[in-house]
Design a protein around this ligand. Structure first.
Ligand code: FAD
Length: 279
């Protein structure tokens, strides 16, 4: 498939990128790794008249620690997967597609795209992290809870660039990630992430559970979290909490899974992710 005709620029600075975006108007689009945008263009589901490539803009890649963790928006899935000190965030990146996609696809692109089947959005939500964006009116921070608005829709403006992704330091948390797909390179039918902090007596001091592809946006499994937080962290408590993983969700069915099957997957995967995180 061949995309519709478009113009292309690769600015050297963030200011030039912002100015190209605003001059290009509503049909201008940023491109990062291109692994979500180009397939849409080839299917003619997106037809931007101008692509503004971020690849030459400095200071958008890299991982830094400053109490919390800051990852540049143009950091690739491979760079993240290769840094084991990133724990859950690294493990999740290592499950994305295949090496070709991971070598080009970026964290910022994944979050800006707003695809409910993408892996990293639910992780940012569970961390209660944020993105830093820059636009014509300067910089602002968008909390993960406000970022994902609907299918392929986020709170990032058409004239804004995500520059970095911010995660608070979650000291002492174990993690688990369970992703169910037909083939290892496929998107998740459903995925569940768990972050668990044990108190000194072994009970559950805190728990965060992220759900991927259970709605048009990533979700937290709040009923399961509430059931576990502050209580025992043994096998039966985990099993009982996991039964609540799909509470309040109405997942859209798709070619791979009916809504009921997705709710079943959420419960099964939640139990395994919690067991991993609490081990
Ligand atoms: P692009 O495609 O370049 O851009 C995507 C969107 O984000 C565009 O609208 C663009 O304008 C916008 N954008 C990009 N960067 C920024 C920025 N810094 N600020 C503001 N807006 C920006 N992903 C998964 O999570 N899990 C999977 O299992 C998975 N499987 C895949 C399998 C295949 C075969 C393919 C082709 C892709 C798969 N992906 C998967 C998607 C992949 O991870 C993409 O790379 C990622 O979702 C988008 O990142 P990108 O850098 O390629 O973004």
């Amino acid at each position: 498939m061949i995309p519709a005709e478009f113009d292309y620029v690769a600015p050297d600075t963030l200011d030039e990128a912002l100015s190209a975006l605003s001059q290009g108007g509503e049909d201008a689009k940023l491109i990062a790794g291109g692994h979500s945008l180009l397939p849409l263009m080839k299917l003619r589901l997106a037809a931007p008249t101008l692509l503004v490539d971020l690849r030459k803009v400095p200071n958008l890649s890299g991982i830094s620690r400053n109490g919390g963790l800051t990852i540049g928006a143009m950091t690739t899935h491979t760079a993240i997967a290769n840094d084991e000190s990133l724990g859950l965030i690294a493990e999740v990146s290592s499950t994305i597609a295949d090496p070709q996609v991971r070598n080009r696809g970026t964290l910022g692109g994944s979050l800006a795209h707003g695809d409910p089947a993408s892996d990293q959005p639910a992780i940012l939500l569970a961390y209660e992290g944020s993105v830093s964006v820059t636009g014509p009116n300067g910089e602002r921070t968008i909390a993960a809870a406000d970022l994902f608005q609907d299918y392929l829709t986020t709170a990032v403006g058409d004239d804004e660039v995500i520059t970095s992704v911010n995660y608070p330091a979650l000291e002492g948390y174990g993690f688990g990630y369970q992703k169910f797909n037909r083939r290892s390179e496929d998107w998740a039918m459903v995925a569940v992430s768990a972050l668990v902090k044990k108190a000194s007596d072994g009970s559950c001091e805190d728990v965060r559970i992220g759900l991927t592809h259970m709605a048009n946006v990533p979700l937290r499994a709040t009923a399961a979290e509430t059931a576990l937080r502050g209580g025992a962290l043994d096998a039966s408590a985990i099993a009982a909490a996991a039964e609540l993983a799909a509470e309040g969700t109405s997942p859209p069915g798709d070619l791979n899974a009916s809504p009921d099957y997705k709710r079943h997957l959420a419960r099964v995967l939640c139990r395994r992710a919690l067991e991993e995180a609490a081990a």
